[in-house]
Every structure is written in structure tokens, then in C-alpha cells.
Write a protein that binds this ligand. Structure first.
Ligand SMILES: [Zn+2]
Length: 196
């Protein structure tokens, strides 16, 4: 059965040595579609370039909360230019991360809202990164801006309330390695996600 990897980072410099050989290897092992996610200007450009090089790779463009510190608001204009490429299928990763960054919460929120506005203008879905910022993320999506094309909570936290509300708002949910951790108790929250 062929798989679609909806969130990979082959734009990461860790792959500089062997990127092409890894991509061709996994393609031949049945990962036949990949979305390569950007998280700042450079990685978004790189994701776009990879998607133009490989038929089966798509890209997202965005500035993640963990890359906000060095970002300027004008950078969103550059994300718009990158996202105008046909192979860019979403704006992301965008969102809030208070686990790694507590000092710039207002700036994170501003970039999150502005990038949702951009997604709406370009008629694209969004890829949300949310860590330890459940209340503020939901507050923005419920009361400030309701993203037109919705999108996905990627690598979602095992927070039952968050998942319940995100599903209600029309978002997809993705889980990753975090649900396999020995300390994780995935069943209850994961069951909040409908199968289709
Ligand atoms: Zn990611």
C-alpha cells in the first residue's frame, strides 16, 4: 500500500549529505507522496525548491513560533511569494509554542493571525504547531479568525480538550512519536478523533 507522508522535513540541513538518496529510497519503499514543511524563510524556500524538483513532493511555507524571534513582520510578504508556487499546498508550520518560547507570546500571536490571514487570501489550509499554548491557540481560532480552509493540528498534544475543540472547528489531527512515549496515555484523547 502506498503511503502519503503529510509532514516531513527533508529541507533540514541534517539531510545535506544524502538527501537525494534517502528520498529515492523511501519512494521505492512506498512513500509515494510527501509534504515537506517549511518553518522559516529559508526552509520554506528550500521546501518549495524540493517540490519543484520532485513530482511527488509538495511543500508548505510559513514561519513557526520557534523561528519568530529572528523574524520580521515583512517576512510574511516573502512567505506570500514562496506560497504562490503551485506546489505549495498550505501555510505552515504556524502557531504558538510556549514550551520553548515564553518571552515573545504577543509576537507569536501576531505572526499566527497574520499568517492565517495570508492563508485565507491564498485560499490555502494551514498546518498548526501548538505546544503548551492550548488556550491561546483555541482563543485565536474561535474568536479572532476562523481559517477558511481549516487544516491540520500537526504532531498534536495529547490534550483531550484541545482535540475535541479542534475537531469541532473542522480541523484534522495528526499524532506522531509523542503517542508512543512510555509516559503517554494516548487512548482517551486519541479516541476524540473520528476515523473519517
Ligand atoms: Zn514539523
Amino acid at each position: 500500500m502506498p503511503f502519503f507522508d503529510s509532514h516531513a522535513h527533508y529541507n533540514d540541513e541534517k539531510f545535506n549529505e544524502d538527501r537525494d538518496s534517502i528520498i529515492s529510497k523511501i519512494y521505492h519503499e512506498n512513500i509515494t507522496k510527501i509534504t515537506c514543511a517549511g518553518y522559516n524563510l529559508k526552509s520554506s524556500e528550500f521546501a518549495r525548491d524540493l517540490s519543484n524538483e520532485y513530482d511527488f513532493i509538495y511543500a508548505t511555507a510559513g514561519i513557526s513560533p520557534n523561528d519568530i524571534e529572528d523574524a520580521q513582520i515583512e517576512d510574511i510578504e516573502k512567505i506570500r511569494q514562496i506560497a504562490q508556487n503551485d506546489k505549495v499546498v498550505a501555510i505552515g508550520e504556524i502557531g504558538l509554542d510556549y514550551y520553548w518560547n515564553q518571552d515573545n507570546k504577543e509576537k507569536q500571536k501576531e505572526f499566527f493571525v497574520k499568517q492565517i490571514e495570508l492563508a485565507d487570501e491564498l485560499n490555502l489550509p494551514i498546518v498548526i504547531h501548538c505546544r503548551d499554548a492550548v488556550m491561546d491557540t483555541l482563543d485565536i481560532l474561535k474568536h479572532k479568525i476562523n481559517p477558511r480552509k481549516k487544516g491540520i493540528f500537526h504532531c498534536c498534544m495529547l490534550n483531550k480538550e484541545l482535540i475535541k475543540e479542534a475537531v469541532k472547528l473542522g480541523f484534522y489531527i495528526s499524532f506522531s512519536g509523542n503517542i508512543t512515549f512510555k509516559t503517554a496515555k494516548p487512548n482517551e484523547p486519541v479516541n476524540e478523533v473520528p476515523l473519517r
